[in-house]
Structure formats: structure tokens, C-alpha cells
Ligand binder design. Structure first.
Ligand code: ADP
Ligand code: MG
Length: 616
């Protein structure tokens, strides 16, 4: 029988290898940036067009390449970084496999210009799909410029597989930030479609983090330092109260290389134990310096996972160092998030004897009554004025008005919902709503009872309110006495600019949008000054995490996100009036039975259901 095994031609082998190294434009960004760092550049520019689909270019002022090297670098397993197998155990460079350039050149149009410092002339090379198109001497500055165009031009399936520009762009920014953060001693800049997205001067690590993530980051950071035989730990963690909902600001760098490690992440999380709300993610920017022979970076082709010799010891060191920092900077005691400052005893009352308030109970009071009661106030503004009176009785009258007013609004106009609730009992002092576990509101209805999830119900109420405001453009603003300056990263500023119109319809007033901050002089009435930046932060996070994919429109997305961040949370105590308000507002909604995220807002239980349970 004839033999059938053949060696693959080089260009085919390169294309196959490329599949491992280059998944998307961001992979090219990573390889080129790392090569520039390895070439000892002090100034690196990244230029992107169409989220890398048309162009990824990296320009550095590093050591450059000789004429021979500038051809050789495109060969597979061509590297200047290791010579012997032992070198793998003392690596100080990012690359060492000699695969990246060969892979990239196999699946794109590549143009490289490079010159070494001591040479008169440099080299200009064009390669397309592993084929050398031209090579000429050229007058060039010191360093290397590497332009990768039409990525995946010869693998249409891969090209079609790329995600939307926003998503690919996000991946590129991630890679850029990781490399830039690991090397604050290098000047990095990034341009996308002609506009500057980042310009990061040479600085220290803290300043680099701030330059990437905006000025407001500075106040969040707590330093972490520890020096032991096996690791030098250095970096910053975020104060727990600034924790986020996503894991976007979590970084480990091992010997100046960004890595992912579920195990070390766990160590950090365990140090924060008890300090974070459920699901909250702390920020961390941690650099670990370990002897190169104690790690193996070789286990993953894109090199973001590594293996440590002594993982357990690292875990313990990391955990205790972070705990120490949290304690030392007095961060730990602030953490009773849900405590309502209004419930704290005012200082001047602390040593006073308790006094019994005198209460005049109006036994005729019925918040659900639709009849106007005696001495009623016709408008809500009058009611508010009344509420400010500093004695109990008037507050009580106010309460009655509130109940009455609500009843008028929601029950009279809405035949369906008004029949949902039982008619007034003879004993009118009976409470109509009960809050259970600061989570559910229970209320009797004609057929039995209704159990409402307070958070979801409020989300529904806010969502419909926001949507109406944005589409009918009726939202009113509260003018701020002192405009707020809120800081954002430049990519976040881009997004805010895109959302500006919808946000303005909602009641935001933007005075100026700068490169790194926005000045807000008015807010929607539903958003307090102190919540403004949190609400916008949440909105940007949702947008980047792809909530719009499940939304019909930008307005819908904003309404969803804001209702989520502004809704009263599980665990919040509601006064009776607040409970009633919520119930009424919910049933005045167009779609009261589901939250904006299509989860049920309430369930009902009929008397028969209850009877059945007792029959068992
Ligand atoms: P690796 O980085 O793993 O060695 P690459 O394919 O990324 O493999 O690069 C091959 C070689 O090309 C490198 O070892 C280096 O000598 C050279 N090289 C690549 N990029 C640059 C650059 N920007 N400046 C100088 N030399 C470079
Ligand atoms: Mg490389």
C-alpha cells in the first residue's frame, strides 16, 4: 500500500496555528503590544479602525529589527527570546513561542516598518497571507510599526464569526488596559477611528490606574503591600463600599503579565468576607512578583493562565495582606450598608429619657376609602405643606390625606384594580398591608390574599414611569444648586454622549461633557444627588454587559437599568404608607404582573388555597 502521510505546507500549518493564537482583533492587539514591550519601547501607540476589523496598528520606539530579523520574525518558532529549554524557567519577556507574527501574517495583510537605532536605513516589508509581497530599505525612525489589515481575509467563516463593533471594541480596550496597567513606566496611547481614547503618560501604578479608570478611582483605592520569600505583593484594592456588580475592575499581574486565576480571586474574596453585599464585586489591582522558576506560563496558548509552585502559600499571603489593609485603613467598620442613618439617635437625644407621644387616633380613618374625608386638602402641594407641621396630629392628618389621595387616583379611575381589593371593613383600624421579612408585602383581597415582591414591584412602577417620561418628554428636572462633576473613563464618556438625548428626556441636564468628566446641573426628580453617579455607573455597566440585546430600544434599556438601580431593595423597611403607595402604584401600571425583567411581581392565594392547606 502506498504511504499517505504528508507534512503540511507551512502556510497551512500557520493558518491552523493562527486559530489558536488569533481569535479576534483583540488577540492581535495583545500580541503586538507585548512585542513592543519586549522590544523595550518607552512609547507605544495603538491605532484601531472599525474595532480592528480594518486595521490594528502598533507603533513603538523599541529596539527594532535588522534586515535579516525582519524576514525571520514571520517564520514559525522564530523568536529572539529563548534559546534553550532552560530559558523557559527564567523568562522575563511576554513572548517566547515565536508563533504570533507567523500566525498573524497567515491570516491578514501585514505591513511592517522597522529600524534599529544604530542603522542608517530600516526595512519596509509587506506580507499577505504568509506570502512576501515586497521588502525594501526605507528611511524610518527608530523602532517598529506593525499594521495588520483585513484580518481573516482568507478565512471568511472566522470573519463572519466576529461580534458587533461594540463587543470587539470592548475586547480591544480590555487588552490595551491590561498591558498598559502592567507597564506604567511606558507611555501608551490608543486611537479609535481617528479619535484619542487613552493617553497615558509615564507614571506610577496608582496614577496609571486612575488615568485608565478616571479620577474618581483615586479615592476608592487602598494600598496593599507584602514582602515574603516567595512573593512580593504590591498594588491596590477597592474600598468595599465602592464594589461593583460586575468583575470589570479585577486584575492580577504576575511578573508584569496580566493573568486570570480563580484560585487567587477566591483568596481576595475570602478576605472581604462579611464586608460585601451579596453578589458585589470588589475592585482589585494586584501585582505579584515571584521568582520566574516558580511559575509555568506555558500551560495556555494565550498565556493568561499560569501555574504556581506553591499556590496554597500564595493564597494565604494574599488573603492576610488584604485583610490587613482593609483593617489598617479603617475600611472594615463602615460596612453596615443597610443601616438607615435616619434611625440613628441624634446626638443631643442620646441621654434623654424617652417620652410618650400623645396620639389622637382617628377611628374613622380608612386609607382605602374613596370618599373625601372632612377638611380635606385638594392638592398634593397643600398636603405637603401640612406634613411639615411639627406635631403628631398634623402628621396623622397628612397620612389620612395620603391614603385618600391614593385611593382617588388609583381606584376610582381603574375599574379592574379597584375590584381586586376588598371593600372597606367595618373595623376600619385594621391594617391593609403587612411587610414580611422586609421583602414581601401581603394584603388581603376579595378572593384571598396577594403577596407582592417589593423590589420587583417597584422596578415595574419606576420602569413605566421612566418610559413614559422619555417617550412623552414630560420629565421634570430638579435643578442643582451646585452642579455635580462626575468622573468617567473616556470609553464611558463616549457611551454617555451616545445616550445624552434619552437621558435629557428623562430629566438629566448636562452642562458640559469633558474628556474625563461630565458636569450635571439637573437631575430627574426620582434621583437624589448622592445616587446620581451610582445610577449612571450601573447604566454604563449594563450597557457594556449587553442588556440592550434584550431590549427594544435605547430608551427601554435605560428605563430597565435605572429601574433596577433605583428600586427599593429587598431588606428595606417600608412604612405603612410606603407599602400602600407601592401597592397602589403597582396596580396602576399597564403590566403590573411582571417586573421589567419578566419576573412575577406578585402571587395571589385564594381562601380555598388556604383552606386546602389546613385540610391536610
Ligand atoms: P515571540 O514574541 O514569542 O518571540 P513573535 O512572533 O511575537 O514571537 O515575534 C517574533 C520575534 O520578532 C520576536 O522574538 C522579536 O525578536 C521580533 N519582534 C517582534 N515584534 C517586534 C518589535 N515590535 N520590535 C522588535 N522586535 C520585534
Ligand atoms: Mg510575541
Amino acid at each position: 500500500m502506498s504511504s499517505i502521510i504528508q507534512l503540511l505546507p507551512d502556510h497551512v500549518a500557520n493558518q491552523i496555528a493562527a486559530g489558536e493564537v488569533v481569535q479576534r482583533p483583540a488577540s492581535v492587539v495583545k500580541e503586538l503590544l507585548e512585542n513592543a514591550v519586549d522590544a523595550k519601547a518607552t512609547d507605544i501607540k495603538l491605532i484601531i479602525k472599525d474595532a480592528g476589523k480594518s486595521l490594528v496598528q502598533v507603533i513603538d520606539n523599541g529596539v527594532g529589527m535588522s534586515v535579516t530579523d525582519s524576514r525571520l520574525c514571520f517564520e514559525r518558532h522564530a523568536t529572539s527570546k529563548i534559546r534553550h529549554a532552560e530559558d523557559l524557567f527564567s523568562l522575563h519577556t511576554k513572548g517566547f513561542r515565536g508563533e504570533a507574527l507567523a500566525s498573524i501574517a497567515a491570516i491578514a495583510h501585514v505591513e511592517m516598518k522597522t529600524k534599529q537605532d544604530q542603522e542608517e536605513l530600516g526595512t519596509h516589508i509587506i506580507i499577505e497571507g504568509s506570502k512576501l509581497i515586497s521588502q525594501e530599505p526605507a528611511v524610518l525612525p527608530k523602532g517598529t510599526s506593525f499594521a495588520v489589515k483585513n484580518l481573516f481575509f482568507n478565512i471568511p467563516a472566522r470573519r463572519n464569526f466576529l461580534k458587533s463593533e461594540t463587543v470587539e471594541q470592548r475586547h480591544i480596550v480590555d487588552e490595551f488596559q491590561r498591558v498598559a496597567m502592567a507597564h506604567p513606566n511606558i507611555h501608551f496611547a490608543m486611537y479609535h477611528n481617528g479619535s484619542e481614547m487613552f493617553n497615558l503618560p509615564i507614571s506610577n501604578f496608582r496614577q496609571r490606574i486612575v488615568n485608565i479608570f478616571s479620577g474618581k478611582t483615586n479615592e476608592k483605592l487602598v494600598p496593599v503591600n507584602e514582602e515574603t520569600e516567595i512573593v512580593i505583593l504590591d498594588g491596590f484594592i477597592g474600598k468595599p463600599e465602592f464594589s461593583k456588580k460586575n468583575r470589570g475592575e479585577q486584575f492580577f499581574f504576575v511578573n508584569n503579565r496580566f493573568i486570570k486565576s480563580g484560585y487567587l480571586h477566591h483568596a481576595v474574596m475570602s478576605a472581604y468576607e462579611g464586608l460585601l453585599k451579596d453578589g458585589a464585586q470588589p475592585s482589585y489591582f494586584l501585582c505579584l512578583d515571584v521568582p520566574p522558576h516558580t511559575i509555568d506560563i506555558n500551560i495556555h496558548p494565550t498565556k493568561t493562565e499560569i501555574k504556581f509552585d506553591d499556590e496554597h502559600a500564595l493564597y494565604a499571603i494574599l488573603r492576610s495582606a488584604i485583610k490587613h489593609s482593609l483593617g489598617q485603613f479603617n475600611v472594615a467598620p463602615v460596612l453596615d450598608f443597610d443601616r438607615d442613618p435616619n434611625l440613628d439617635t441624634p446626638y443631643q437625644y442620646q441621654n434623654k429619657e424617652a417620652e410618650y407621644p400623645t396620639i389622637a387616633v382617628n377611628s374613622d380613618f380608612n386609607p382605602f376609602s374613596t370618599e373625601p374625608s372632612r377638611g380635606s386638602f385638594s392638592s398634593s402641594s397643600q398636603y405637603r405643606k401640612q406634613e411639615l407641621k411639627p406635631n403628631w396630629e398634623s402628621l396623622y392628618v397628612g397620612l389620612k390625606q395620603a391614603g385618600q389621595e391614593l385611593a382617588e387616583i388609583t381606584f376610582e379611575n381603574d375599574a379592574v384594580t379597584s375590584s381586586l381589593f376588598e371593600e372597606a371593613d367595618i373595623d376600619q383600624e385594621v391594617k391593609r398591608t403587612y411587610q414580611i421579612h422586609k421583602k414581601y408585602i401581603v394584603s388581603p383581597i376579595k378572593s384571598g390574599m396577594v403577596i407582592i415582591n417589593q423590589k420587583r414591584a417597584h422596578e415595574r412602577v419606576l420602569y413605566e414611569e421612566f418610559l413614559t417620561n422619555m417617550t412623552v418628554k414630560q420629565a421634570s428636572s430638579q435643578q442643582l444648586l451646585f452642579p455635580l462633576e462626575l468622573y468617567f473613563s473616556s470609553s464611558e464618556i463616549h457611551l454617555i454622549t451616545e445616550l445624552k438625548l434619552s437621558l435629557e428626556n428623562l430629566g438629566f441636564i448636562f452642562d458640559t461633557i469633558n474628556d474625563n468628566s461630565i458636569i450635571v446641573s439637573g437631575l430627574p426628580v426620582t434621583i437624589s444627588e448622592s445616587r446620581a453617579s451610582i445610577v449612571l455607573d450601573d447604566l454604563l455597566t449594563d450597557l457594556q454587559d449587553g442588556i440592550p440585546d434584550s431590549s427594544f430600544s435605547q430608551n427601554d434599556m435605560i428605563a430597565k437599568s435605572m429601574s433596577k438601580s433605583l428600586a427599593i431593595k429587598t431588606g428595606t423597611y417600608l412604612t405603612e404608607r410606603e407599602q400602600e403607595n407601592l401597592v397602589h402604584n403597582l396596580f396602576a401600571c399597564k403590566e403590573p404582573n411582571v417586573s421589567p425583567f419578566q419576573k412575577p411581581t406578585f402571587i395571589t392565594m385564594s381562601v380555598e388555597d388556604l383552606d386546602k392547606k389546613f385540610a391536610l
